[in-house]
Ligand binder design. Structure first.
Ligand code: PLP
Length: 403
């Protein structure tokens, strides 16, 4: 069968599973926690996993399955598990990677703050050792692989909040060579920009809360992989119970139907805004993978589609202190100062206060997450309106302090 384009698959994949003799044109929300059949023999076959079907929603739910089919299709995976949050998808992925293996994780050194906390404060006390490495430094990464021999490698290909772009393809090859399971958090890129499984990654996780759902009304996650990990992840899912609620699954599916369109607009707006911020007198440093002087241009050109470099722009404000950043945020009128990203509306976050709050100031400083850094999730509004809002809030809040 011909492989249809991502635009088409985002709209169709996962939908139209017959319900009796009727075929719903979009997937309904199945809120039932349990299912039964005309004959108990049939139910027994479902329990024994000898027949397809549902018996209990922790083991599988038709709405969640539709979303799982959709995301597996877009990411090029064999299966997916829809979870209650990005963090729970990540935890299941890391546990799956460590089953029957030495408990050693090699992680990218700039990750979402709670991911670092999960590694250090949840998995650490359970005996999992984590070391951090710069995944964008080929030599340092190769040395760490050889010396440390991790069972699992974890990276964010477009990192939060500094938007460093890791050579996922090279890292995946090194992982295959060293029998390490590569887990990629693809939240920032989405399958529209990058499909890590296609470059030989083992497991992909998403915070579906972000671009996938895209409308600020879902907390969810998805984990995608190849058949080799399906039995382990299915067993973890069945026993841990990290399931997404069916209403959230429905909303996420609905969001994904417009993901290709939204990502294009997010990326176009983000580029325009990053270019304007580079010229802004009150802005110091702009981090955006679409800018020509981004330090990881070779990876960007190899891995990301031309002109689509993501919807997040981070920047430092000249001479800003915590107080002036707060004042800047308080003066925004259009951009929502919310603790998330990837929504249709623009959002601004102060990493030192929110996403990376749990790291010590020294740790943040070392990672480049300074007190003058803000992260903008560029929405699909008019780029001119977003820029105008940034400009006037910067002007009122910061101009006075930097003279
Ligand atoms: C890159 C990344 N991964 C994972 C998460 C966690 O996702 P959730 O909040 O859905 O648990 C976040 C949340 O901000 C994130 O930015």
């Amino acid at each position: 069968m011909t492989q249809r384009s991502l635009d088409t698959r985002a709209v169709h994949a996962g939908d139209r599973t017959p319900a009796g003799t009727a075929v719903p044109s979009t997937t309904p929300i199945y809120t039932a926690s349990s299912f039964f059949y005309e004959s108990t023999t049939e139910l027994e076959a479902v329990f024994a996993r000898e027949a397809d079907g549902d018996n209990y929603s922790r083991y599988g739910n038709p709405t969640n399955r539709a979303l799982e089919e959709l995301v597996a299709d877009l990411e090029g995976g064999d299966f997916a598990l829809a979870t209650s949050s990005g963090m729970s998808a990540l935890l299941v992925a890391l546990l799956a990677a460590l089953v029957d293996r030495p408990k050693r994780i090699l992680a990218g050194n700039v990750l979402y703050g709670q991911t670092i906390t999960q590694l250090m404060s949840v998995l650490g006390p359970l005996g999992v050792d984590t070391r951090f490495v710069d995944p964008c430094d080929d030599a340092e990464f190769a040395r760490a692989m050889t010396e440390y021999q991790p069972s699992c490698v974890l990276i964010e290909p477009i990192s939060n909040p500094l938007l460093r772009v890791a050579p996922v393809d090279h890292i995946a090859a090194a992982c295959r060579e060293n029998q390490a399971t590569l887990v990629v958090d693809n939240t920032f890129a989405t399958p529209i920009l990058l499909r890590p499984l296609e470059v030989d990654t083992h497991l992909v996780v998403h915070s579906a809360t972000k671009f996938l759902a895209g409308h600020g009304d879902v907390l969810g996650g998805v984990l995608v992989g190849h058949q080799e990990h399906e039995p382990t992840i299915s067993a973890l899912g069945r026993t841990i119970g990290p399931n997404l609620g069916p209403f959230e699954a429905y909303l996420t599916m609905r969001g994904i139907k417009t993901l290709p369109l939204r990502m294009e607009k997010h990326c176009r707006n983000a580029l325009e805004i990053a270019q304007a911020l580079v010229e802004h007198p009150l802005v110091d440093k702009v981090h955006y993978p679409g800018l020509p002087d981004h330090p990881h241009r070779p990876s960007i050109e190899r891995l990301l589609p031309t002109g689509l470099a993501g919807g997040i722009v981070s920047f430092t404000i000249k001479g800003a202190t915590k107080e002036s950043v707060f004042s800047f945020i308080d003066h925004l009128e259009l951009i929502v100062p919310g603790t998330t990203l990837g929504d249709v509306h623009s959002l601004l976050l102060y990493p030192a206060m929110a996403s990376h709050r749990d790291l010590s100031p020294k740790h943040r400083q070392r990672l480049g997450i300074t007190d003058d850094l803000v992260r903008l999730s560029v929405g699909i509004e008019s780029a001119d309106d977003i820029l105008q809002d940034l400009d006037s809030a910067l002007d009122v809040a910061v101009r006075g302090t930097v003279g």
